[in-house]
Design a protein. Structure first.
Length: 365
């Protein structure tokens, strides 16, 4: 059996075994696509709808590296931001509580700020007018007790990336949606990955999107609206979630990263030196695998399997999305699924991801 057929068979078995209703897998090396297939359905309820390679996914936490961290990188490259500036310096007009004044942007990016992982803020925020929700959310986060002293331990935190979004707005004068469209994705020739703010002027065709969960809070199956409740309640644009895109659009961003590293491409909105810094493990916490906004494979039980090189970055998304980029081999593996359709209780993807990545690397690396 050829490598392509072996991988396709694995994907089809995953659909049949209920790992996810559908998926798009894109594998590229040296920016050339080696494999791109869609399997299964983009939606199962009320009627099946076939997945295609152009299906748009709620990328969930892939927002953190691909939108928020890369926006930080752009502003750091332009010397408008410094990674070791503190919250007190970055938000000078805000009354920062004493325990958070010395938290740095670098600590926020590598999840060692001491902030908690997540809180269901949407439950209280939903009672406020939409325009008041994000300012209120930011003040609530500032008042959250820290789980640990900044810089000492790692806790993967949505809250930290919500604060980063606030910082980026203050520095750039734009919200994350507009900055990424105009100065990041558009600049890279990747104009279509985008946040879908709830006040967008035109209704998107729901058949473009992979459905996610049936949300009991919103009393509907979600399609083309962000799954993450805290992102949704503030309007669909947030530092930790809210980005939508196709597999080819994710590849476009990863290609730009590889292009800078291999050629020193000066047309990108970041510098090669700064980009390299963002892609290295931060090591503020010696036990951590985090770089600056990007993850790296752990030494054991990694979702990336065990064939990627030590020079690899990636990220997972709660909705069933992921990418791993081997910088040494210039190898990208992008797996986008709707594994939470119709329920987040389906966690079969945890065992499937390393199996798939091992198989892909055995065939193509």
């Amino acid at each position: 059996m050829s490598g392509e057929k072996r991988i396709l068979q694995l994907l089809l078995e995953a659909v049949a075994g209920g790992v996810f209703p559908g998926a798009v897998l894109l594998v590229a090396r040296h920016k050339k696509t080696l494999f791109c297939e869609a399997v299964g359905n983009g939606a199962g309820l009320p009627a099946p709808r076939l997945m295609t390679s152009q299906t748009r996914f709620d990328l969930a936490s892939l927002t953190k590296p691909l939108a928020t961290a890369l926006t930080v990188l752009c502003l750091v490259s332009q010397e408008k931001l410094q990674l070791d500036d503190s919250l007190a310096e970055l938000l000078p007009s805000t009354n920062i509580p004493q325990d958070k004044k010395e938290i740095t942007l670098r600590q926020l990016l590598c999840h060692c700020s001491g902030l908690p992982a997540w809180k269901p803020y949407y439950l209280s925020l939903q009672t406020l007018p939409l325009k008041n929700r994000k300012p209120s959310l930011r003040q609530i986060i500032l008042q959250e007790p820290l789980d640990s002293s900044p810089g000492t331990t790692t806790t993967y935190s949505d809250l930290g990336f919500l604060l980063i979004e606030w910082i980026l707005e203050q520095i750039s004068g734009q919200n994350l949606h507009h900055f990424t469209r105009q100065n990041l994705f558009g600049h890279l020739g990747c104009a279509t990955p985008a946040f879908l703010p709830l006040d967008r002027g035109s209704v998107q065709d729901p058949y473009e999107f992979a459905d996610t969960e049936y949300c009991s809070w919103r009393a509907r199956t979600l399609s083309g609206q962000v799954h993450d409740e805290n992102a949704y309640v503030v309007g669909g644009v947030a530092g930790h979630a809210g980005l939508f895109g196709t597999a080819s659009e994710v590849k476009c961003i990863l290609d730009a990263i590889l292009d800078t590293l291999s050629t020193g491409n000066t047309s990108a909105p970041w510098s090669k030196e700064r980009l390299s810094e963002f892609l290295r493990p931060a090591r503020l916490d010696p036990a951590s695998t985090w770089a600056l906004g990007f993850d790296t494979p752990g030494s054991s039980n990694s979702s990336a399997g065990h064939h990627f090189s030590a020079e690899t970055v990636g990220h997972l998304g709660f909705t069933g999305t992921s990418f791993w980029l081997d910088l040494q081999r210039e190898m990208a593996v992008i797996l986008l699924t709707n594994r939470i359709h119709p329920s987040r209780d389906n966690e079969k993807i945890k065992d499937f991801r390393p199996l798939l990545h091992n198989t892909v690397m055995e065939e193509f690396a």
